[in-house]
Design a protein around this ligand. Structure first.
Ligand SMILES: C[S@@+](CC[C@H](N)C(=O)[O-])C[C@H]1O[C@@H](n2cnc3c(N)ncnc32)[C@H](O)[C@@H]1O
Length: 245
């Protein structure tokens, strides 16, 4: 697997991808949930549910939600699984602040705790979780293999990893429609609503360069995962990757 080209939110800025991604999400945090629902026409909620249902039979109990953001996946998982403990980790304090408000409102603080931290340097012991998941997070890592290896390290033997990430539709005319929407329409709506003109341009660019399908599956294998499978959703706009340790 060739090294993929990295893009950063703010071109011509010397800061690392990690620090640019952190400040971008700090800025968009207040608008993030609203824009997700608007720009995906609420389809993201269906994608999330579908991904969580893939592990419904396993009913994981101790879960790490990597790049948890505003904690949507952690919160939604309490309706589909019966978790005892979920740790949601994110590098952006502002995303976590929004997430914490949602958790408090739903009285889920006894199950979900949020932590500010870097997915590429986890402080947890080896094999601490029976499931690790990441929704729309891994594309933003500075060092993808390091982040995935860390997810693998903290996962129990035979535990499950579930990753939901954007991919590129390959079939006509979806590929073309998706491209026009993602490249031209979505950044304009994002610019008007999020107060960060670059954030939704970065979304398009980062999806274009990010490995998907078999390419991403081989990186999962390279970083220690086995039994890697994937399921494209909505003609490949995003994909659920499942793997075991
Ligand atoms: C597109 S958001 C996804 C949030 C959430 N998982 C969801 O499904 O809505 C990406 C998140 O990844 C976080 N992130 C990016 N790099 C990270 C890293 N190295 N460690 C922890 N969080 C990171 C960002 O701060 C942001 O909250």
């Amino acid at each position: 697997m060739a090294e993929y080209k990295k893009v950063t939110p703010y071109e011509n800025v010397v800061d690392s991808k990690k620090s640019q991604v952190t400040s971008m999400f700090d800025k968009v945090a207040p608008y993030y949930d609203f824009l997700n629902r608007l720009l995906s026409l609420r389809i993201d909620v269906l994608w999330r549910k579908k991904a969580l249902r893939m592990l419904e039979k396993e009913q994981p109990k101790v879960i790490l939600d990597i790049a948890t953001g505003t904690a949507d996946m952690a919160i939604m998982s309490t309706k589909i699984w019966s978790p005892e403990k979920i740790i949601g980790l994110d590098i952006s304090k502002e995303m976590l602040r929004v997430g914490q408000t949602k958790i408090d409102k739903k009285n889920l603080a006894n199950i979900i705790s949020l932590e500010n931290g870097d997915s590429e340097n986890l402080h947890f012991e080896d094999e601490s979780f029976d499931t690790v998941m990441a929704a729309f997070g891994v594309r933003n890592f500075e060092n993808l293999e390091k982040g995935l290896s860390e997810m693998n390290r903290v996962l129990q033997k035979n535990g499950s990893c579930m990753i939901l990430e954007f991919s590129k539709p390959r079939v006509f005319p979806l590929k073309q429609i998706f491209n026009i929407y993602f490249k031209y329409i979505l950044p304009v709506i994002g610019k008007l609503t999020s107060k960060d003109p670059k954030a939704y341009e970065y979304l398009y660019k980062s999806v274009q360069v990010f490995p998907d399908y078999d390419n991403f599956a081989s990186i999962l294998k390279k970083t220690g995962f086995v039994d890697v499978t994937y399921k494209p959703l909505s003609f490949g706009i995003c994909t659920i990757y499942l793997a075991k340790k």
